[in-house]
Design a protein around this ligand. Structure first.
Ligand code: 1CP
Length: 348
């Protein structure tokens, strides 16, 4: 007799495999974080943000907090894109109320010399993934992630959150030095993602949050090329889990990104037009694009936009999400309002 598996495949894996599901899976970027009182309580106890990321027990707990409170279909590993620069030997810390700070950019030789020790340094993140996967219900998916090499490089070059003028100038003035830095980040990111997949991450996401304001040829060189190489290295290690790319602000360049990187899904930002999404759905799954400010604002305008997104995209492979991270002072009731609408939806 043919025994069928009794556990349903997580909706997000069905969608990334281009299956049509009765409703889209839903999760929110930054769903674990400061808008949740239980996160703020833990954060106060832990004190320092980086040590929270490297403490598997705490990071697993934070990953699971929104999963206990809300009917999200997908969990995302609690970590940060700036763990890699630290693992490669650049100082990284968070100033209270201000955001990340990084020490001087180490030489390329020094960064390269840290590639092996970086894997050891990041091993606790693998342990977080194992703990979350062990606790999460089998029908809920788990996403692992890393920063896009260019976005991580902008922080390494600028030393903090910025308008990225210095980093973009560097891309023109020191193209070879930037390419060498991106190469080290590609290698380190691929190893980190391979480790996460082996630990139980079922989807891998590349957050290229600062893909905006780049000319076409530069976008090709510093966004598309490095993403393609990360994915090729991960595939060469025998890892088959789907990739979602998030080239935020990529605008009209997103179609080329989808064609040439090898992603299985693309996360779109708040500006993405309905017809762009439909065109992309012929090739990959799409994710997005609810404006986090509309989520924060709430009301009937929020309901109308949720309905519009469901109507325009849910007959193709679609993952319901925000177009960027949830904002700190978003009312929890608004998150509940959206989740009720999406999980209660049924494709006509
Ligand atoms: O408690 C605190 O003060 C820390 C706030 C916080 C949180 C909750 C930071 C600091 N990082 C995170 C977690 C985080 N970061 C996740 C966890 C999973 C989830 O989504 O729930 C993820 C995926 C990230 C990724 C990340 N970190 C990005 C890419 C996504 C994005 O939002 O654009 C970026 C740019 C960072 C850098 C970073 N980390 C934290 C801050 C304040 C910043 C700077 C952001 C900026 O420059 O605007």
């Amino acid at each position: 007799m043919d025994l069928k598996p009794t556990t349903p495949e997580p909706l997000i894996l069905q969608v990334l495999g281009r299956k049509v599901t009765p409703r889209p899976p839903v999760w929110f970027m930054r769903q674990a974080g400061r808008y949740l009182p239980e996160y703020r309580a833990l954060r106060e106890k832990a004190g320092d943000f980086m040590s929270m990321c490297f403490n598997p027990e705490m990071a697993a707990e934070i990953t699971l907090q929104p999963m206990r409170r809300f009917p999200f279909d997908v969990a995302i590993l609690f970590a940060d894109i700036l763990l890699i620069p630290q693992a490669l030997g650049q100082a990284v810390w968070f100033e209270a109320g201000e955001g990340p700070r990084l020490g001087p950019l180490p030489s390329i030789e020094s960064l390269r010399a840290h590639l092996d020790s970086a894997e050891q340094h990041l091993a606790p993140i693998g342990e977080t993934v194992r703990r979350v996967r062990a606790e999460l219900e089998p029908e809920r998916g788990l996403i692992g992630f890393a920063g896009g090499p260019w976005t991580v490089a902008t922080y390494m070059i600028e030393g903090r959150s910025s308008d990225r003028v210095a980093a973009r100038t560097y891309a023109f003035k020191e193209p070879e030095a930037l390419d060498a830095l991106l190469d080290v980040l590609v290698e380190s990111t691929a190893r980190y993602l391979i480790m996460q997949a082996k630990a139980g991450a079922q989807v891998l996401k590349l957050f290229e949050s600062w893909a905006e304001n780049l000319p076409e040829d530069v976008f090709e060189r510093i966004v598309i090329g490095p993403h393609r190489r990360v994915i090729e290295l991960v595939r060469a290690a025998g890892i088959t889990v789907p990739f979602i790319g998030f080239p935020r602000g990529g605008g009209a360049l997103v179609e080329g990104y989808v064609e040439r990187t090898g992603v299985d899904g693309v996360a779109l930002d708040v500006q993405a037009p309905a017809d762009l999404g439909r065109r992309l759905q012929k090739k990959v799954a799409i994710q997005g694009v609810l404006d986090p400010l509309l989520l924060r604002a709430g009301g009937s305008a929020l309901d109308r936009r949720v309905d519009q997104l469901l109507e325009q995209w849910s007959d193709g492979p679609y993952i319901f999400n925000l177009g960027h991270g949830i904002i700190l002072d978003t009312p929890i009731a608004h998150v509940e309002q959206v989740l009720a609408r999406v999980t209660g939806y049924s494709r006509p």
